[in-house]
Design a protein around this ligand. Structure first.
Ligand SMILES: [Zn+2]
Length: 468
């Protein structure tokens, strides 16, 4: 199998540390809000990677963290803890926010046929592991205490900027944009391992540590959680390309300084999903979440299909026109596949040949668009219906598009116990707009909901709504 590696910047032959087994780590969501569909693109393509490895015969041990503490709004230790931001926005506790959005994330995954990782670990459940790792880094001279915090000293490494193109310029941009530098740092790219003293005095979750009561930095959680469930040698680490620097760069720095040897062989990065106006974000324009697409009548699997049509290493531009096209193609394909009659004998030779073509596609750097083309090729084959169904069932182990399942009659839109996620997302956006004194935007959201027959009710405990 060939896999592109962000470290070598070439397509390399994938050879795991242990024959037949793959240990893989995935950076999980920061559970302070819904995942937008750009985040979900990353998880869909990582799922295609996992399923491709399994298709090719590997046994995959996949680990995912859930970030529920320490991820600041700025990636360079500036800004506010995102979890605290979410809790303030919704007037709830951090743990309530974490539970709600963790559940929402896995509900999205389920609807997109994304497999559950072998291990899922919230960061708040591993504080002793983080402290242990930080202690060893201090003992080894890779970390230092300053101003009450503990920092990693990047000058102690032979090479820090491992993903060449993501370099010191990124940090300088932050400085140019008026972000205050941290005077405690010996080098501008040093990063916090543990905070005790900072401007975030109202941090809700704090733990005792040898350096005082505080909380961990974001990067340390992935290194420690990966080591806990994946051991000292990792085969593949995945994430969105925006995590390559500084997050993954810092993970490598910590893990290898701690272990004293190379940690992870392959780095798999999924490129951004953009809109016509640029990079997708939670704060500008329409808040593109899966429930919004569903409310507009799109099948979540049509979105999966849309993502699989493009290669994970190319940026993908989202537009409703493009999604419409993908959605139409998906419906036609699934209707054609699911209506194939189970008739005749299965031709083992044809199945084996088809398997080979598909293995070539997914084994060539997870070429999912070629894998979908392979399904169209099956439809054209001059073989029995039973053979076609057998091949499509085999391909669908990777594609996970439910191709042999006929569409159900119009499904009724369900409402969750906590409320309709799309309306809740709009309420959250309105609260943020009000906080930023952008009353025009807050009114616009209220009016837009009113036009749909949804009335907002502001109470001292936050905003609720009623329909009709
Ligand atoms: Zn991570």
């Amino acid at each position: 199998m060939k896999l592109y590696n962000s470290i070598t910047r070439t397509k390399d032959e994938f050879i795991p540390n242990e024959a037949g087994k793959v240990t893989m780590y995935t950076c999980g969501p920061t559970v302070y809000h819904f995942a937008h569909i750009g985040n979900l693109r990353t998880y869909i393509m990582e799922d295609a990677l996992v399923r491709s490895l399994e298709y090719l015969g590997y046994d995959v041990n996949r680990i995912m963290n859930i970030t529920d503490v320490g991820h600041l709004t700025g990636d360079s230790d500036d800004g506010e803890d995102k979890m605290l931001k979410g809790a303030k926005r919704e007037k709830k506790t951090v743990m309530e926010i974490a539970k709600f959005y963790t559940d929402a994330f896995f509900k999205d995954c389920e609807q997109l046929n994304i497999k559950m990782p072998t291990h899922v670990q919230p960061a708040t459940g591993c504080i002793p592991e983080f402290i242990n790792m930080i202690e060893k880094l201090l003992e080894g001279g890779f970390a230092y205490e300053a101003g009450g915090n503990v920092y990693f000293d990047i000058s102690k490494l032979d090479k820090y900027y491992v993903f060449g193109e993501h370099n010191a310029d990124d940090l300088e941009v932050g400085v140019r944009d008026g972000v205050e530098g941290d005077a405690n740092k010996r080098n501008p790219a040093d990063f916090a391992l543990w905070f005790t003293k900072s401007k975030f005095d109202d941090q809700e979750l704090k733990w005792d540590s040898p350096w005082g009561v505080g909380y961990p930095g974001w990067h340390i959680e992935c290194s420690a959680i990966s080591l806990k469930y994946g051991g000292e040698y990792l085969d593949i680490h995945c994430g969105g390309i925006d995590n390559a620097f500084p997050h993954h760069t810092n993970e490598i720095a910590q893990s290898e300084a701690f272990l004293g040897h190379k940690w992870c062989n392959f780095w798999f990065h999924v490129l951004h999903l953009n809109t016509a106006s640029g990079k997708m974000s939670k704060s500008k324009g329409e808040f593109l979440i899966l429930d919004l697409l569903k409310s507009k009548g799109y099948d979540p699997l049509a979105y999966r299909f849309f993502c699989l049509l493009s290669h994970y290493r190319k940026p993908l531009v989202f537009s409703y026109e493009a999604l419409d096209n993908a959605s139409t193609a998906y419906k036609k394909l699934r209707n054609r596949c699911s209506s194939i009659k189970e008739e005749g004998e299965i031709d083992p030779e044809a199945v084996a040949k088809a398997k080979e073509a598909f293995s070539d596609a997914v084994g060539n750097d997870i070429n999912t668009s070629l894998a979908i083309t392979a399904v169209y090729d099956v439809l054209k084959l001059n073989v029995s219906g039973a053979t076609k169904r057998a091949i499509i069932a085999d391909y669908d182990k990777v594609l996970a598009l439910d191709l042999l399942t006929p569409f159900a009659a119009e499904e009724k839109k369900e409402e969750t116990e906590a409320g309709d996620p799309e309306i809740l997302a709009q309420i959250a956006l309105r609260a943020e707009a009000k906080k930023a004194k952008n009353f025009a935007e807050a009114d616009r959201i209220r009016n837009e909901l009113a036009a749909k027959g949804i009335t907002l009710i502001d109470t001292p405990n936050g905003t609720t709504y009623k329909i009709g």
